[in-house]
Design a protein around this ligand. Structure first.
Ligand SMILES: [Zn+2]
Ligand SMILES: [Zn+2]
Length: 405
């Protein structure tokens, strides 16, 4: 297998200027989650020119001639396909870098690296098209909109595009992981994010006469503090979870006790058991505390994406392929290799795919190793473009390895 990795690595390096040009094009023209029109057209026409069968996805979610792209190579082959996924959307943030190809749009920028993901996947498409005769089953590329709203992947699944997929892989560039590294994990890598809203209804009135009111504000304060005991006292210390109350709305005046107080926040966990436990206990705790004070608490929890759980064998093979690529002549100078990484409390809607089929998601190093480098969604997020050909080579190599066996 060694020779094929040498081959794929040098093919990736041969087209690195093209991959970087594609990335800079996406970077200059960023589009928000539901607005990926130009990005969709670029990905579709690039894959069409390479002879892929191209279909549109998420068109209903986006509307007005905007769509995600499903591009399949060798659709004539039987068997479940190997899928690779890239996200397409940018963020509603003003970019503050000095890059020559900085975002041309006000308050919209690629500050999570999804521009790099599309470019790496297009690079992988070009490499794979050189090897399509070796395939024994199809390879399906997914250019997915709306990752930042955690809604695109679910839509792709709901539209049936995973029905014929056997395995799926995805990479995310990481600005704090050194170039040449792959951060992988054999099990749960990212948390489930759920939105929490609690509305406490008491009885409003004059601030000078609290005894004639049911003040929802101290009740809200008591609920906020008590919820933390669900993490510190009720959850196994070896099971990670977070409850953060980030919004608190009550009265608009200094001398008015409001009728209602509203809390909003996020719940993160790493297992379905802990997740269900927290949902149940938050509802009970808020309800009982409010009742004890003569108020009512209405609790709403909107479930976000599931815990992102890698398949151990698929993740291990991805890391081994990465190590083989790092050993090739063209990438050896990066001095790279795969490292097991700790789980992170952030979320990714790739988890919807991993709920359906086996696969792996990993972080591709694109930084200089500084731990304080601007992180994801920072206005000065930057990445080392030398990661791009390595990412394209890895995507192509895992797809080719799995589709030809
Ligand atoms: Zn992001
Ligand atoms: Zn992202």
């Amino acid at each position: 297998m060694k020779a094929i990795y040498e081959q794929l690595a040098s093919e990736a390096v041969e087209i690195q200027e093209e991959i970087i040009k594609l990335r800079r094009g996406f970077h200059e023209n960023p589009e928000l989650s539901f607005e990926v029109g130009e990005t969709g057209r670029t990905c579709a026409s690039y894959c069409q020119n390479l002879g892929f069968a191209v279909e549109r996805c998420c068109a209903e979610l986006l509307g007005m001639d905007k769509y995600g792209v499903i591009a399949t190579i060798r659709p004539d082959l039987e068997g479940k396909s190997i899928a690779l996924r890239a996200e397409m959307d940018a963020l509603p943030i003003q970019e503050q870098t000095e890059l020559s190809f900085c975002s041309r749009k006000q308050n919209i920028a690629h500050l999570c690296g999804h521009d790099a993901h599309c470019a790496m996947l297009l690079g992988a498409a070009r490499i794979l098209s050189n090897h399509k005769d070796a395939f024994k089953r199809p390879v399906q590329l997914i250019f997915q909109p709306s990752e930042e709203t955690l809604s695109g992947a679910k839509k792709v699944v709901d539209e049936g595009f995973l029905a014929n997929v056997g395995e799926i892989y995805g990479l995310h560039v990481h600005p704090r992981l050194k170039i040449g590294k792959l951060g992988w994990r054999s099990d749960a890598l990212m948390a489930s994010p759920d939105e929490l809203s609690i509305i406490i209804t008491g009885k409003g009135g004059h601030a000078a006469m609290p005894h004639l009111c049911v003040d929802p504000i101290p009740i809200a304060a008591e609920i906020i503090l008590s919820l933390q005991t669900l993490i510190s006292r009720k959850t196994d210390p070896l099971d990670s979870a977070v409850i953060s109350i980030c919004m608190l709305k009550a009265s608009d005046a200094v001398n008015v006790i409001p009728e209602k107080a509203e809390l909003q926040g996020t719940i993160r966990s790493f297992s379905a058991t802990v997740r269900d436990f927290l949902h149940r206990e938050i509802t009970n705790m808020a309800g009982f505390i409010a009742k004890a004070h003569g108020a009512v608490a209405k609790v709403d929890i909107i479930k976000g994406s599931p815990v992102l759980t890698n398949d151990s064998e698929r993740a291990k093979e991805l890391s081994e392929i990465f190590n083989a690529l790092c050993d090739t002549k063209v990438f050896k100078s990066l001095n790279g290799g795969a490292i097991q990484m700790a789980p992170i409390m952030g979320s990714e809607d790739f988890s919807y795919y991993l709920e359906q089929v086996k696969g792996a998601f990993a972080f591709l190093g694109a930084g200089d190793g500084r731990e304080d480098a601007p992180g994801f969604h920072s206005s000065s997020f930057m990445l080392d473009e030398r990661a791009l050909p390595l990412g394209s080579a890895l995507l192509a190599a895992v797809a080719l390895t799995r589709a030809s066996c």
